[in-house]
Design a binder for this molecule. Structure first.
Ligand code: NAD
Length: 337
């Protein structure tokens, strides 16, 4: 199927070209949004990633140019206005759970780096500074880890933390009995906030989870606790997180996602003046570690993403049922514009 592939990077092209056996992919290195949607003339599908903007305006522009399908190269679909997709009869598919290990292991990497300060030790040794002053960490063994969202990624993460000898508390709107049997304890959010030394987020961004970490919830966390976010940036209210870091109430922050990441992540801006004062402030804290949405970024995950996305395109092209199709809300007649 003729597909416009947005936000393309060299690694996308390498893996998609390796597994593509018949779709016509046109790679665009820039994101899809209202401004770039006119480039989709003559394409039946668009292939997009986490920071492409599929709002009502973009979907209307795609529909008017004949686009029928959106295939996401990611699990989350919070960047798609599903009601608008339904109204324009555009079908949407995603790649659920392509490598929960990749993201869960990255969350652990953030914890270990923040705790044991290996990034600082690396720089010190390169400067022939062999002092270990101020590199003190803490044992993970025996600490309480709170996990919000125990789906594919959260369950892998929970089991890894059990392996460290941590006590794992979890909150999810759906409990997983298998995880309870494995030794994790489901609790309410209040208890999780109050008791956790580390909290790691693995829930999707939804209206319920947007700014779940506000002034009130951050205030309920233990003083000096660590917060890890590899889910979606807007689960944190970034301004409030910065305030909590400034007072010292929040002890450590590790983020792979950021509320305003679409203007920054996946680009080399090393020669630019950063206009985003929030990320600039976050970058200035010694107890904050930021990675640029690379939790998914392993060879295994890239292979799975390419294979599944191409399979989704094939299913749509053949008008077969697509197992990874995102259910759309009921179409609102007369609201397609
Ligand atoms: P999943 O659907 O398997 O699991 C999500 C879990 O969150 C489910 O168990 C669900 O019941 C739970 N949940 C939903 N609403 C909740 C709420 N209000 N409170 C608590 N729990 C809630 O998804 P997954 O594959 O585990 O991915 C989780 C998230 O990780 C994705 O939505 C995405 O935002 C993010 N992600 C990040 C990267 C990355 O590279 N950093 C890669 C993939 C996914």
């Amino acid at each position: 199927m003729k597909t416009a592939f947005f936000s393309s990077r060299s690694y996308d092209e390498e893996f998609f070209d390796r597994f593509n056996t018949g779709h016509e992919l046109k790679y665009f290195p820039f994101p899809l949004n209202g401004g770039t949607a006119p480039l989709t003339d003559g394409f039946r599908a668009v292939c997009v990633f986490v920071n492409d903007q599929l709002d009502r305006q973009t979907l209307a522009a795609l529909s008017s140019r004949g686009v029928e399908f959106v295939v996401l190269r990611c699990a989350g679909f919070n960047n798609v206005d599903l009601q608008a997709a339904a109204d324009h009869r555009i079908r949407v598919a995603r790649v659920p759970g392509y490598s929960p290990h990749a993201v869960a292991e990255h969350a652990v990497a953030l914890i270990l780096t923040l705790n044991r300060k290996t990034h600082k030790a690396y720089n010190r040794i390169r400067e022939q500074n062999f002092s270990i002053e101020r590199l003190t960490g803490f044992d993970l063994y025996g600490k309480t880890v709170g996990v919000i969202g125990t789906g594919q990624i959260g369950s892998v993460f929970s089991k890894i933390m059990l392996g460290f000898g941590c006590r794992v508390l979890a909150f999810d709107i759906r409990k997983d009995d298998g995880l309870s049997a494995a030794g994790i304890t489901y609790t309410g959010l209040d208890e999780l906030f109050a008791e956790s030394d580390i909290i790691s987020l693995h829930c999707p961004l939804t209206p319920e989870t947007r700014h779940l970490f506000s002034a009130a919830s951050l205030g309920r966390m233990k003083r000096g606790a660590m917060l890890i976010n590899t889910s979606r940036g807007a689960v944190l209210d970034t301004g409030e997180v910065i305030r909590a870091l400034k007072t010292g109430h929040l002890g450590y922050l590790g983020i792979d996602v950021y509320e305003q990441e679409s203007a920054l992540f996946f680009r080399d801006l090393s020669e630019e003046i950063i206009q985003d004062d929030m990320i600039a402030r976050l970058m200035s804290f010694p107890n904050v570690l930021i990675t640029s949405h690379q939790g998914f970024f392993t060879r295994e995950a890239l292979e799975q993403i390419a294979k599944t996305t191409l399979g989704n395109l094939t299913a749509f092209e053949r008008e077969n049922a697509c197992p990874n199709e995102v259910p759309l809300p009921v179409r609102l007649t007369g609201h397609a514009g």
